[in-house]
Design a protein around this ligand. Structure first.
Ligand SMILES: *Cc1c(COP(=O)(O)O)cnc(C)c1O
Length: 387
């Protein structure tokens, strides 16, 4: 039988490997010069003023929530169609979470639903402190509309752009924080650019950047301007906040920095694969991804919607096609059910969940592999819903 085609896979070159080996032979495996170099490169790529690397996007989301002062008694809203980390970050801070249903076409947080929910929350004095829109599949949310709805009530915004480095909104790079306080990227191997494990928080706000830098390293500072002790010795450092060890290593950063050179190629290849899927499925009973006119997706995922989803999914897995489903609506997770969430909470997200399938999408997928995926999808769909 033909070999298994995964839904996502990293692309690692000899140049990437050499960059990592260089760090291993150097003086610093962590807290050396490569992390700041990677941060500067991502800041330059996106146009954000500050970039704070972390050991995962989950950590970066937690740092972002802490920097914005999220704590017990606060509420944070996100999308139900996301990885659990987007909402867990708020729970780590002791806050409550809420979910804003998605737009029926883009599957991203719906600005009109957000507006309604904010108006209602304002009337009952229960506004969220922060919202975390998620750029599902690599396509930016309608950030102009989301920003307009949130600023009216002084609600802060963290973009979960784990899928979306290399994407654009209004022709500008995702990550420039034009419509948000902080933007977070993930560098997990299935994402667009990888560091093994890793993440980054971008912001244009000097104070937020400084807080995230503090909290990623135990809340400890050696900055002479911040030190409170008088006449401190050369060994002196001070802990000012309860931080964590969320640092990225230089080994990881070297891989990311080397990968970043190929960001444009990665996104172009993914776009090409998406176009080929669109064309192949045009005359089949398959709903292909709708694109917002202002968004250029990074194409982390290619999600189709079909009737008979379960049969199609199982047939594809049986045929060696590594389909997946992104995501189970977060609030349907047993842990979240335990917090009181019930099925039916976000109707669009649940309808999506009953029809969606993520097809293989990664830059090193060959045309032959894609043709095999297309043929198997066509076959599975015709067998699941005979005409
Ligand atoms: C992958 C992902 C995360 C978590 O990223 P890690 O780097 O694995 O911690 C968070 N949110 C979304 C939407 C993701 O896809």
């Amino acid at each position: 039988m033909a070999s298994y085609i995964p839904y996502g896979r990293q692309s690692v070159t000899e140049a990437d490997i050499a960059a990592v080996v260089d760090v291993l032979k150097s003086d610093f495996l962590t807290q050396g010069p490569v992390v700041p170099a990677f941060e500067e490169a991502v800041a330059a790529e996106t146009g954000a003023r500050h970039a704070v690397a972390a050991n995962s996007a989950t950590s970066a989301l937690h740092l972002a929530c802490m920097a914005l002062g999220v704590g017990p008694g606060d509420c944070v809203w996100t999308s139900p169609l996301t990885f659990v980390a987007s909402s867990n970050a708020a729970l780590y801070c002791g806050a409550d979470v809420g979910f804003v249903d998605v737009d029926e076409r883009s599957y991203n947080m719906c600005p009109a639903k957000l507006q309604e929910k904010l108006d209602r929350a304002a009337a009952s004095g229960q506004l969220p402190k922060v919202i975390i829109p998620v750029h599902l599949t690599g396509q930016s949310c309608d950030m102009a509309a989301i920003h307009a709805a949130a600023v009216k009530y002084g609600v802060k915004i963290i973009e979960d752009a784990s899928h979306a480095i290399g994407g654009r909104f209004d022709s500008q790079p995702v990550g420039n924080c034009r419509f948000s306080d902080i933007t977070v990227f993930s560098f997990h191997p299935v994402k667009i650019v990888t560091t093994g494990e890793g993440g980054m928080a971008l912001t244009n706000d000097d104070e937020l950047a400084q807080l995230m830098r503090l909290d990623r390293s135990h809340g400890i500072t050696r900055d002479t301007h911040a030190i409170q002790a008088e006449n401190p010795g050369a060994w002196h450092y001070e802990q000012h906040r309860l931080g964590y060890n969320y640092r990225m290593t230089d080994i990881n950063a070297a891989l990311g920095l080397s990968q970043l050179d190929r960001l444009d190629d990665f996104v172009k290849r993914r776009q090409h694969i998406a176009d080929a899927y669109d064309t192949a499925f045009a005359d089949l009973p398959i709903r292909t991804p709708w694109q917002h006119p202002n968004a250029d997706s990074a194409w982390h995922l290619y999600v189709i919607r079909v009737e008979g989803q379960r049969a199609v999914f199982d047939a594809l897995r049986d045929a060696g096609i590594g389909v997946n489903l992104h995501y189970i609506p977060v609030y349907l997770q047993p842990y979240y059910r335990g917090l009181g969430f019930e099925p039916g909470h976000c109707a669009n997200a649940e309808l999506y969940y009953s029809e969606a399938i993520s097809l293989p999408m990664f830059p090193t997928m060959t045309d032959e592999q894609q043709q095999r995926v297309i043929a198997e999808v066509a076959k599975a769909v015709s067998e699941a819903a005979p005409r």
